[in-house]
Design a protein around this ligand. Structure first.
Ligand code: AMP
Length: 436
């Protein structure tokens, strides 16, 4: 009787990143880290799950993420009534977690401006498609603190996101910026929008008809054709802004121009989350098709207070790594870190010596490997070749008798005997390091 063996696949909307693809990821992460650190940001790592309520309170109950995309962990064993009520969710983004960490660790008392960055996975229960996953990765920064209100900081954060992308070799992206104004300006704007949209409410898509009450701004960036034509007829301007908000936005634009940054003003760019105030921005790349945003960000001057912290301003952005990879020019990526030496034991009698040498080299930071299966010289040489190691260290009966190894230089095709009398491997190590 045959037993059916169940085969498992990665969950929908997630993917394995296999070894040949890892160098591209490492390269993006290393280059981004370098650029971010050049701007004075320090890394922070928060858990990949938090209390669901944290995300609901920060992004807003009516945001698409909270309404449709939260991946909530159904725990069988709740430890307390509090946990049973609150529940935990995988993080759909990092801003809320970082603000939580900022408040919990009283970072406001430690520094005037906390400049933080993160790189890691985020989770959203979206309908998967190209460029839209359920587990994806973001590189992001958050600048939070009493000293974070200056418009130069908006310009710094936008410039930083652009410089990360440029540093990775991307050129054909567009930067769109807008301002939502203060909380009060936002309230005026939503009142104005509702008045203007009221007569056309029936022409909006079903989603936007619901958004009319709970998240009217989202109607502005709806991709539906009918909604676009309704919105197109509105004269969206900046009449709802206070003088102070208009002044902040003007200063941000001036600072961007002084940095030579080209941008497009996009009055309909609103971003879907409740916490944004003042500057919002998005970076898109037309080559990505319908999911064209490489990254986005903005100010959130009231979130820290709303989550129980001090009244401090803040601003941040997040870039999507999978989208960056899709947008990168398709040429050979960086090579994986290769071995320096591949060791071949020609027969079983040479295996223990080969294993000893292998471990000596590894402890000396000389990347080395060997096959533990004693096979023909030809098949072991094939393995050595595949490993990419520039040197092969061969040990057989003859070498054992003469207290030496045969060192083959794979690039030159030459070989020589290297003495290892009294287990003294110093000449072997010197020769293996010659290539560095
Ligand atoms: P957001 O947090 O929605 O502003 O997203 C910031 C960036 O993260 C986007 O511009 C995308 O590059 C990336 N991103 C967001 N959601 C997804 C997703 N579901 N799959 C892949 N990348 C995403």
């Amino acid at each position: 009787m045959s037993i059916m063996v169940q085969k498992f696949s990665v969950p929908r909307g997630t993917s394995d990143i296999l070894p040949p693809d890892i160098p591209v990821w490492q390269d993006i992460e290393a280059k981004a880290r370098q650029v971010i650190q050049n701007y004075g940001y320090k890394e922070i790592r928060t858990p990949i799950f938090e209390e669901t309520e944290l995300f609901v309170r920060s992004m807003g109950h009516s945001s698409d993420i909270v309404q449709k995309q939260m991946l909530t962990i159904a725990s069988q064993k709740q430890e307390s009534a509090e946990e049973a009520m609150g529940g935990l969710s995988l993080r759909p983004e990092s801003t809320a977690s970082i603000v939580r960490a900022y408040i919990q660790n009283s970072l406001d008392r430690k520094e005037g401006l906390s400049k933080l960055f993160y790189i890691g996975p985020m989770f959203r229960g979206e309908r998967p498609q190209k460029g839209r996953l359920r587990q994806f990765h973001q590189i992001g920064v958050e600048a939070i603190g009493p000293d974070s209100s200056h418009p130069y900081l908006d310009a710094e954060v936008i410039a930083l996101s652009i410089n990360i992308l440029k540093g990775l070799g991307l050129k054909d992206f567009q930067v769109k910026i807008n301002t939502l104004g203060s909380e009060e300006d936002k309230a005026n704007f939503s009142k104005w929008l509702r008045e203007k949209l009221q007569p056309d409410i029936k022409k909006l898509c079903p989603d936007c008809q619901q958004r009319f009450e709970r998240n009217v701004f989202r109607i502005l960036d709806c991709k539906n054709k009918d909604c676009k034509s309704v919105v197109g007829r509105l004269e969206i301007g900046y009449g709802h802004l206070s003088r102070q908000s208009q002044g902040h936005f003007d200063s941000v634009k001036k600072a961007l121009s002084s940095l030579g940054i080209e941008y497009e003003e996009a009055p309909c760019l609103v971003r879907g989350l409740d916490y944004y105030t003042h500057t919002v921005f998005e970076i898109t790349d037309a080559s990505l098709g319908s999911q064209d945003a490489l990254g986005a960000g903005g100010r959130y001057n009231n979130l820290v207070k709303q989550l129980g912290g001090p009244q401090v301003d803040a601003i941040g952005f997040a870039l999507g790594i999978e989208r960056i990879i899709l947008a990168l020019p398709k040429h050979e990526g960086p090579a994986a870190v290769a071995l320096t030496a591949f060791i071949i034991a020609m027969d079983e009698s040479a295996q223990s010596k080969a294993f000893e040498i292998l471990n000596v080299l590894r402890c000396e930071d000389i990347a080395s490997d060997m096959s533990y299966r004693v096979a023909s010289m030809k098949s072991q040489m094939r393995l050595a070749d595949k490993s990419g190691a520039p040197y092969v260290v061969i040990i057989g009966e003859d070498e054992l008798k003469r207290d030496c190894v045969t060192l083959k230089n794979m690039e030159k095709g030459s070989q020589e005997a290297v003495d290892i009398t009294n287990n003294n491997y110093s000449s072997l190590k010197t020769k293996l390091r010659e290539r560095d």
